[in-house]
Design a protein around this ligand. Structure first.
Ligand code: ATP
Length: 491
């Protein structure tokens, strides 16, 4: 990260804390690494992102229904899914600093450094080699790549590395109060992804909601990963929230559905007014053996292009695994007619295309894209400044601030009446303290798109001044038009 982007990113983190968006977890005890709490405005913003995803997935698609599965699952789930044996990242330790790195992160950091030095070809070459070696699980080759490129530890400054090893990322805990001689008897995992709750409920949902293929199941919820390199604020956390949708399709149609969801998900991001040029796809070279196709939707965060969402065509791998381990059929009877045979498609294990996005990562995307330290030229030739969050109106924690110019002359009463008329429809904020300019700045800092001021003229002609966050333009409108103006922007 360059010094400038580092400074901007640090300012965003400080702003998030100062204005009640994100706090380090258990901060009075010096925090817990890679765990965060969301404050009053943060929890509201996070909920709005979750609701926007949920509505667009379930309400706006008649063939997608919701689910809320438990965090704890039968331990065999994670044997079947492959997480017990394979959910690990290749790691390497520096022997001098004892610091452990994820191999891909270490190499990517070197690539970033090369890019900053203007060595574009070398950057491209190292990333290409890394992708190929990761795809082949070639740890000897990856170690050689690290050695050949003289990659050093950022703490010790040395290249004194261990061999590359695998490290499982699942947290485990004990279940129930019964003690056993074998500690593994009571062992359960904190789910590392929400998807498996959907797979094991596939038939429950299909039958009770009478779903016909193709159909999807959507879910949001907590996931836990013992990330080794937990850094970059809420980008990589040990406890985080996912928003996932598994779409069950007839085998042979997965290619077209993969293409559909790849495009559909990018459209969802852009529907929030986010800049197209900050998005790109990254198609995976390394595919799991069961995977047909996979890609990431990447966004340009302050620290570079990074994954925010994954789209994966997973074949029938998960359902077949659960069928094998549970010894219960995970099949669907398709009575549509196959034109080739003239007979129904019959019984099969459906294929799955999934979309998986991190809610906290989306939160960081929204926050970092919205943050601006704006310089405002004044008429006398000097400059003023403000920190403003250009949050999408749909997602802003507070939609409307209602500000009586003074605390007297009946202005607060008019303001409260407006507040009572609007609060059932969207989140409003009332404030009568401090000069109006100061109150506007505070609303800019939390991203409130509209402020209305009630003044003495309001008493005469029932108009108010509405002030728009991004342009800072003000205009007078009838007080009874305020509610509809805001509603128009949020639906
Ligand atoms: P990464 O390569 O960044 O570790 P991943 O490929 O392991 O991510 P998936 O398993 O595909 O991620 O999870 C889907 C989404 O969940 C990711 O795109 C990301 O938005 C989110 N996510 C994954 N791990 C974390 C984490 N530790 N903290 C926050 N969000 C995460």
């Amino acid at each position: 990260m360059s010094t400038q982007t580092e400074t901007t990113f640090q300012s965003i983190i400080s702003h998030a804390k100062e204005y009640g968006f994100v706090f380090p977890s258990s901060e009075i005890y010096d925090g817990l690494s890679a765990v965060y709490d969301y404050g009053p405005y943060g929890s509201e913003l996070k909920k709005n992102i979750r609701d926007y995803w949920w509505k667009s997935m379930t309400q706006m698609h008649e063939n997608i229904v919701g689910l809320d599965a438990a965090i704890f699952m039968h331990p065999t789930t994670w044997k079947a899914s492959g997480h017990v044996d394979n959910f690990s990242d290749p790691m390497i330790d520096n022997k001098d600093s004892n610091k452990r790195y994820r191999v891909d992160h270490l190499i990517e950091a070197k690539a970033e450094q090369l890019a900053l030095e203007g060595k574009k070809e070398e950057e491209f070459a190292i990333l290409k080699s890394m992708d190929e070696l990761l795809a082949a699980d070639d740890y000897v080759g990856l170690k050689k790549l690290i050695d050949d490129n003289k990659i050093v530890c950022s703490i010790s400054g040395t290249a004194n590395w261990t061999e590359i090893r695998q490290f499982n990322l699942m947290f485990s805990t004990e279940f129930g109060a019964i003690s056993s001689d074998n500690p593994d008897d009571n062992k359960v995992y904190l789910r590392p992804e929400t998807a498996q709750g959907i797979f094991v409920n596939f038939l429950n949902v299909q039958k009770t909601a009478r779903m016909k293929i193709p159909f999807g199941i959507a879910q949001t919820g907590k996931a836990f990963r013992n990330e080794i390199v937990a850094r970059q604020f809420i980008f990589r956390m040990r406890e985080f929230e996912q928003m996932e949708m598994q779409f069950f399709v007839r085998p042979g149609t997965e290619g077209e559905w993969y293409k559909f969801w790849k495009e559909e998900r990018l459209k969802w991001h852009l529907s929030l007014g986010l800049p197209t040029e900050k998005y790109r796809y990254h198609d995976h070279v390394k595919l799991a053996h069961y995977a047909k196709e996979a890609c990431d939707i990447e966004f340009e965060f302050p620290f570079g292009f990074k994954e925010v969402e994954g789209i994966h065509s997973r074949s029938d791998f998960d359902l077949t695994q659960h069928q094998t381990y549970s010894k219960k059929k995970q099949q669907y009877f398709d009575n549509d007619i196959d034109e080739a045979t003239g007979k129904p498609y019959g019984n099969y294990v459906p294929y799955v295309v999934e979309t998986s996005i991190g809610l906290d990562r989306m939160f960081l995307l929204i926050l970092s894209n919205a943050y601006e330290e704006e310089v405002i030229p004044k008429e006398d030739g000097t400059n003023d400044s403000r920190v403003v969050l250009h949050l999408p109106t749909k997602l802003a924690p507070i939609k409307l601030a209602i500000l009586p110019l003074t605390k007297k002359d009946g202005l607060p009463e008019i303001a409260k009446e407006l507040m009572d008329g609007c609060r059932a429809y969207f989140h409003c904020f009332y404030e009568e303290k401090d000069a109006i300019g100061k109150r506007y700045r505070r609303q800019d800092a939390i991203g409130t798109p509209f402020c209305v001021t009630i003044d003495h003229q309001t008493k005469e002609d029932n108009t108010v001044t509405i002030r728009y966050r991004d342009s800072m333009q003000q205009e007078r409108i009838a007080i009874d038009k305020v509610k509809d103006l805001v509603l128009k922007e949020i639906f």
